[in-house]
Design a protein around this ligand. Structure first.
Ligand SMILES: [Zn+2]
Length: 133
């Protein structure tokens, strides 16, 4: 007779924060990314497998959502206050948008990997659920 035990609960907020810091959601000390957005296969510090994530299109979606809420109000405020020529607006907001995307995208992806890890999604659970999607 086999006896199943419930897997231990993983705290969501610490996993999200470790992912935001681009660190392993399990230990918080190993790097999450080998390159800009390429996750490592396995944590170098604790050995946690990190290749299970399925972030897909969610990081760009949430990044654009966040940055749009920063850039668009700023653009509209500058337009209302000073009405500068279009080239001035473009020279401010296009580089700022690129800079923000460059910085925000890996952090959002890290947080989403942390979310999936904490909820044992996509194979981040135990051996029994590793093959189930
Ligand atoms: Zn780790």
């Amino acid at each position: 007779m086999s006896q199943t035990t419930a897997p231990e609960t993983r705290a969501l907020l610490p996993a999200l924060l470790k992912g935001l810091a681009q660190r392993c959601p399990n230990c918080g000390s190993g790097r999450l990314f080998a390159r800009y957005l390429e996750t490592v296969t396995q944590c170098e510090a604790c050995g946690e497998e990190l290749h299970h994530h399925r972030a897909d299109d969610a990081p760009p979606y949430f990044s654009v959502l966040i940055i749009g809420h920063i850039v668009i109000p700023g653009l509209l405020l500058v337009e209302q206050l000073w009405s500068p020529p279009t080239w001035v607006q473009l020279s401010i907001w296009l580089p700022l948008s690129c800079l923000l995307i460059w910085q925000v995208l890996p952090r959002v992806k890290g947080a989403l990997v942390g979310l999936q890890w904490a909820n044992r999604m996509h194979g981040f659970g135990d051996e029994q659920s590793a093959g189930i999607r």
